[in-house]
Design a protein around this ligand. Structure first.
Ligand SMILES: NC(=O)c1ccc[n+]([C@@H]2O[C@H](COP(=O)([O-])OP(=O)(O)OC[C@H]3O[C@@H](n4cnc5c(N)ncnc54)[C@H](OP(=O)(O)O)[C@@H]3O)[C@@H](O)[C@H]2O)c1
Length: 318
């Protein structure tokens, strides 16, 4: 029987999840289909009641990642730790919520570290290099010609984020997953969000994070004190692509800047970061990794990550 999957959210028009998962199902030979469904806040309850009879699994995006938990029968530890759900599996034990955002984001970051193409120090020469990491092929394919690797090529933390100072901008659904995963993998986390109370709540929830105000002075200081900045707000996302949480003046060579927004591929934040000589990582790998984790949960298979990534890149580069 054909298995049905979908991503629900509002707005959902720009989601590339259907393209990515349908390409994967095709390669895996799975009789499945994946669609995007526009669901407004007031429609969520009704939709979730019917969904278990129709779908095998769902992805959940803005603005439902927290609200959807009211309609589930159980939560995996990833969703409990994050306090948000981006993946639902309609299993024999009911509708179970997971969070694959955090794993996807930190895997993407660590993949970039492990590629040994992350530059450190930002010398004049390295500042001229192409430092746009958006995948294995690019990183390993010689497009990034830096000579100063992270800690001289011997990353003390073995290509992981352990001990690294991360400034996480945002405290929404995606930020929750990233914060809990970052803490779990040993990063030193500071959170900054437009609505400060949400940053404070998230810091309390994950246990060991600091909080800074979302104002220019405080953020500039926090960036200076960080090894890595992750934008987990929707600033810069289509169609408001001119928005950025940081400007060039607030960043520096040697800083690693990851934007989880992947549409457009190179957001205004990444352009600013590149202008400052920082290392930039797009949201594409996180997107692919969080999707791959979801397929493992739904189907128990090893997803064809490179096909998924290629599909997304082709659309974004179009
Ligand atoms: N690459 C990936 O795989 C991936 C995965 C998940 C999400 N994303 C992207 O990540 C972004 C956030 O997703 P989400 O699910 O976390 O959304 P969300 O739960 O709605 O959270 C939105 C976050 O953005 C902040 N924000 C929104 N507009 C802002 C503005 N004008 N100025 C400052 N802060 C602003 C919000 O701050 P307040 O709390 O103050 O409202 C909140 O922290 C979206 O663009 C989404 O597409 C990417």
């Amino acid at each position: 029987m054909k298995q049905k999957f979908a991503v629900i959210g509002h707005p959902i028009g720009h989601s590339l999840s259907p393209d990515m998962h349908n390409a994967s199902f095709k390669e895996l030979g799975i009789d499945g289909s994946y669609q995007k469904i526009e669901i407004k806040e007031e429609e969520l309850g009704e939709f979730m009641k019917k969904a278990k009879n129709e779908f095998s699994g769902l992805n959940v995006t803005i603005p439902h990642k927290v609200a959807v938990m009211d309609y589930l029968d159980g939560l995996d530890k990833s969703a409990k730790a994050a306090g948000a759900v981006n993946t639902v599996h309609f299993s024999k034990s009911g509708a179970i919520g997971y969070n694959t955002d955090g794993m996807g984001a930190i895997d993407a970051l660590e993949k970039a570290f492990k590629s040994k193409k992350i530059l450190h120090g930002g010398s004049g020469e390295s500042a001229k290099c192409k430092k746009f990491l958006h995948g294995v092929e690019d990183a390993a394919g010689g497009t990034i010609k830096g000579k100063n690797f992270l800690h001289g090529g011997e990353d003390a933390a073995g290509g992981t984020i352990k001990g690294k100072k991360i400034l996480l901008i945002g405290a929404g659904g995606a930020a929750k997953g990233i914060a809990s995963e970052a803490i779990m993998r040993g990063a030193l986390l500071t959170i900054c969000n437009r609505t400060k109370e949400k940053a404070e709540k998230l810091a309390r929830d994950v246990g060991k994070a600091g909080v800074v105000a979302f104002d220019e002075k405080a953020v500039t200081r926090a960036v200076k004190d960080s090894d890595i900045v992750i934008n987990a707000t929707s600033m810069g996302m289509e169609p408001r692509t001119d928005k950025t949480p940081l400007t060039k003046e607030q960043m520096r060579p040697g800083l690693t800047v990851m934007d989880i927004v992947y549409n457009p591929l190179k957001t205004q934040l990444l352009k600013e970061a590149e202008g400052a000589g920082a290392i930039i990582i797009s949201g594409v790998d996180m997107f692919v990794f969080q999707g791959a984790e979801a397929e493992k949960i739904w189907l128990g298979v090893e997803p064809p990550v490179e096909t998924m990534r290629k599909t997304v890149m082709e659309i974004l580069n179009d």
